[in-house]
Design a protein around this ligand. Structure first.
Ligand SMILES: CSC[C@H]1O[C@@H](n2cnc3c(O)ncnc32)[C@H](O)[C@@H]1O
Ligand SMILES: [Zn+2]
Length: 433
C-alpha cells in the first residue's frame, strides 16, 4: 500500500483563494496533507498528474438523501408537500435495505465523478449507507431519519430510539470516515413529546442533530399554529440548536431566527436547486451570512434536484443568491466556493475543505483544458460560474485516489448503474401495485 501521494505539476487553490503553482504531498495512511510546495514529486511513493489543472478542496455535499437516486425523475414538477405525500413517501414505504445499498452506490459514483469527497446523508437502512461509504472511500456524516407523524406512540419512540442507536453504532466506521448524527426529519414531522423525551438523551450521548428547517411556508405555518412560535425558536426551546447542529434549507428564515442561529452557531445548508424545483422559495443566503450564520451547500436528494453535481449547486447558489438579495454583488464566487468546501466541512464537523498542511487530504483536480474554461481571468469565477462536475479529472479522499483520469476505482460503474436501474424499476413497480 502506498504511504505518500503527491499531486504534481498543477496549480493549487489556497484557503485565501490565491492560485499558486505547487504540488500537494499527502500522507495516504493518515489521510492528511503534509505539504503544499513546488517540486514534491520525488518525495512521494505515488504521483497524480495535475498538468493544466487546478487542485481544489474536495467538495462537501452537506445535505443529501443519497439513495433517492433511485427516484430520480420519478416525480417532477410538483410542490414539496404534494411530491412527498403523493409520490415519494408511498414509494419509500416499499424501500428495502438492498434498494438503499444500490441507490447509495449510484450516488457515491456520481459524487466521486463530480469532485465531492464528503456528504451528509439522512435516510433509512443506515448500515447499508455506511457500507457503501466504506467501499467508495468517501467521507460522510450519516443518520437515520425520524418521522413520528402517522405512527402510534410505541412506533414513534422506536423510530427516534433507532436514530440514536444507529448514530452510536456507526460513529467512527470506515476508519473514521463515517461520523453520525441523529436526524429528526423536521420540527413538524416529529411530535413535541418525542423531542422532549429524546433531545436530552442525544445531548447526553454527545451526538449532533441534523434536520430540515423552514423549507416551505406551509411547514412554518404548521408550527406557528401548534406552538405559536416560529420553527427556529421552537427548535431552540427544545434544545435542538447548537454549534454541532446543521439544518437544511432555511428558506423562510426571518431576522430574529437568523440571530438565534448565529448565536447558537448552527449552520444552514443551502439547497438552491431543490428549493427552486419544488418552488419552496429563495433562501436569504447573503442575509444569513451577514447575520453570522454559517452556511454550507447541499444538493438534497436526486429526486428533487435531479443530480448530485455540486458544481451545478455552486452556480445556482451564486445566481439565486443575487436574485434573493436583489443585489448582483451578493453571494460572490469566493463566498459560494467557500460554502461548498470549508463551510460544508465545518458544518459536518470534518477537518477538511482547505488545502494546507494538517488538513484532511480530500481533493478534487479540475481539468482547465477546455473551451468553456478559457480564457483564465479568474479561476474561482470559473469554478463557480463555468465549470461542471465532468471537468473533475481526479478525486482524492482521506489520501486515497477514488477517481483517476475519470476512472472510478472502487466500483464497476456499469454494474452499479445496472443494479440501480433494476432496483429502481422494482421499487416503483411495488409502489404502484
Ligand atoms: C426520514 S428520512 C428523510 C426523508 O426526507 C424526505 N425528503 C427528501 N427531500 C426532502 C425535502 O426537500 N424536504 C423534506 N423532506 C424531504 C425523504 O423522501 C425521506 O422521506
Ligand atoms: Zn432533504
Amino acid at each position: 500500500m502506498t504511504d505518500t501521494l503527491a499531486v504534481v505539476d498543477g496549480r493549487v487553490l489556497t484557503p485565501a483563494f490565491d492560485v499558486v503553482e505547487a504540488d500537494v504531498l499527502v500522507d495516504a495512511d493518515a489521510g492528511e496533507i503534509l505539504e503544499v510546495a513546488p517540486d514534491l514529486a520525488s518525495e512521494a511513493d505515488e504521483t497524480l498528474d495535475a498538468t493544466d489543472s487546478l487542485v481544489v478542496p474536495g467538495l462537501v455535499n452537506a445535505h443529501c438523501h443519497a439513495a433517492m437516486t433511485l427516484l430520480r425523475g420519478y416525480a417532477d414538477d410538483k410542490q414539496l408537500e404534494a411530491w412527498l405525500q403523493e409520490d415519494i413517501w408511498p414509494a419509500e414505504a416499499e424501500l428495502t435495505a438492498e434498494d438503499v445499498a444500490a441507490g447509495t452506490r449510484l450516488a457515491a459514483v456520481e459524487m466521486i465523478r463530480s469532485g465531492t469527497t464528503a456528504f451528509a446523508d439522512m435516510y433509512f437502512h443506515v448500515g447499508e449507507v455506511v457500507e457503501a461509504v466504506r467501499e467508495a472511500g468517501l467521507r460522510a456524516r450519516v443518520g437515520h431519519g425520524v418521522v413520528t407523524v402517522g405512527k402510534d406512540d410505541e412506533a414513534a419512540r422506536d423510530d427516534f430510539a433507532e436514530s440514536l442507536a444507529v448514530a452510536e453504532e456507526y460513529d467512527g466506521a470506515a476508519d473514521g470516515r463515517v461520523r453520525t448524527a441523529v436526524m429528526p426529519h423536521a420540527p413538524h414531522t416529529v411530535g413535541t413529546q418525542f423531542f422532549e423525551e429524546f433531545v436530552p438523551r442525544v445531548r447526553e450521548a454527545g451526538v449532533p442533530f441534523h434536520f430540515h428547517l423552514n423549507e416551505t411556508e406551509v411547514y412554518l405555518d404548521e408550527i406557528a399554529d401548534e406552538a405559536g412560535v416560529r420553527p427556529t425558536e421552537y427548535a431552540d426551546d427544545l434544545g435542538l440548536l447548537s454549534d454541532t447542529t446543521f439544518v437544511a434549507h432555511g428558506v423562510h428564515t426571518d431576522a430574529a431566527e437568523m440571530e438565534t442561529l448565529a448565536e447558537r452557531g448552527t449552520a444552514v445548508v443551502h439547497c438552491p436547486a431543490s428549493n427552486a424545483k419544488l418552488n419552496s422559495g429563495m433562501a436569504p443566503v447573503q442575509e444569513l451570512l451577514d447575520a453570522g450564520v454559517p452556511v454550507a451547500l447541499g444538493t438534497d436528494g436526486a429526486a428533487s434536484n435531479n443530480d448530485l453535481d455540486l458544481f451545478d449547486e455552486l452556480r445556482d447558489a451564486a445566481m439565486i443568491g443575487k436574485l434573493a438579495a436583489d443585489d448582483a454583488t451578493a453571494v460572490d464566487a469566493e463566498t459560494a466556493f467557500g460554502m461548498a468546501t470549508a463551510g460544508g466541512a465545518a458544518a459536518l464537523g470534518f477537518d477538511a475543505g482547505r488545502i494546507e498542511a494538517g488538513a484532511a487530504a480530500d481533493l478534487a483536480v479540475v481539468d482547465l483544458d477546455a473551451p468553456h474554461l478559457t480564457p483564465e481571468h479568474d479561476l474561482v469565477s470559473h469554478l463557480v460560474y463555468a465549470a461542471r462536475g465532468s471537468d473533475v479529472r481526479h478525486t482524492v479522499c482521506d489520501g486515497r485516489v477514488l477517481m483517476r483520469d475519470r476512472d472510478v476505482l472502487a466500483f464497476d460503474e456499469s454494474a452499479v448503474r445496472e443494479r440501480a436501474q433494476e432496483h429502481a424499476e422494482a421499487l416503483v413497480a411495488r409502489a404502484e401495485e
